[in-house]
Design a protein around this ligand. Structure first.
Ligand SMILES: NC(=O)c1ccc[n+]([C@@H]2O[C@H](COP(=O)([O-])OP(=O)(O)OC[C@H]3O[C@@H](n4cnc5c(N)ncnc54)[C@H](OP(=O)(O)O)[C@@H]3O)[C@@H](O)[C@H]2O)c1
Length: 217
């Protein structure tokens, strides 16, 4: 395919390079220097070139949108017409400080419950897997590759207990951070439920997070 990269930063540069190496024709666009785009195209070692957003949009079948949320309007304006184009987007609606979603949840069920029972030490856990997997996960708990379960909370002591309980069921616990992370784990739970109950996989669905890189076990 001919792929136009709108935003050649961490995501766009890497994905464009990978796609060029996988045999696609790639146009890198939208960085602060044209030299960077040319260097990316050279180093991609495939059919890649530097171009303007308008060229990337005009001369491709698929566009990757990979800019900060604050730049989306500008890059689309510079791209010109994207009507009818396939746009694959990895752009997240982050605020200017990149600390929270600018569009999306500003609270969660977990935070609401924690406020309702302030004397409890509250942990959000076990809501990101369908119940149908629990016995299978328990039976397979001795395996080296266990499914993951994310949990979050503000109290480290209760989180240690929750992690122990998660491990005892047969999951690898992944500490997702403070309770406000439930703003993201709760929609993720709905994604898992959607895949489990409405997707083709069926309800026997658990997930696994893998770490790549130096800290890989
Ligand atoms: N990085 C991740 O791991 C990751 C993961 C998932 C989703 N995302 C989302 O993917 C999107 C892209 O993230 P990213 O990390 O790849 O961002 P990034 O590294 O900041 O890349 C953004 C690109 O936009 C260019 N740009 C910014 N301002 C510009 C301007 N005024 N004129 C021209 N070009 C400009 C940057 O130019 P320069 O190259 O010159 O800086 C860069 O090439 C974001 O919405 C992010 O939330 C990122």
């Amino acid at each position: 395919m001919r792929i136009g990269i709108l935003g050649s930063g961490l995501m766009g540069a890497k994905l464009g390079t990978i796609w060029a190496r996988a045999g696609h024709e790639v146009i890198f666009s939208y960085a602060r220097s044209e030299e960077k785009l040319k260097k990316l195209a050279r180093e991609a070692r495939g059919d890649a070139r530097a171009g303007t957003p308008a060229e990337a949009a005009g001369e491709s079948d698929v566009l990757l949108l990979a800019v900060h949320w604050s730049r989306v309007g500008d890059v689309l304006k510079r791209a010109g017409g994207v009507t009818g184009k396939i746009v694959v987007s990895c752009s997240l609606p982050m605020n200017a400080a990149d600390t929270a979603l600018a569009v999306g949840h500003t609270s969660s069920g977990a935070e609401t419950l924690a406020r309702a029972i302030p004397k409890a030490r509250f942990v959000s856990a076990f809501n990101t897997v369908p119940s149908e997997v629990l016995f299978d996960v328990f039976q397979g708990r001795g395996r080296a590759r266990r499914p993951t379960l994310v949990y979050c909370g503000d109290d480290s002591g209760s989180k240690r207990i929750a992690a122990r309980l998660i491990r005892d069921v047969g999951f690898d616990p992944v500490d997702a951070g403070p309770l406000r992370t439930a703003r993201y784990t709760e929609p993720f739970a709905l994604l898992v439920a959607r895949l489990a109950y409405e997707g083709k996989g069926g309800p026997e669905l658990a997930y696994r997070f893998e770490r790549f890189g130096k800290r890989r076990r």
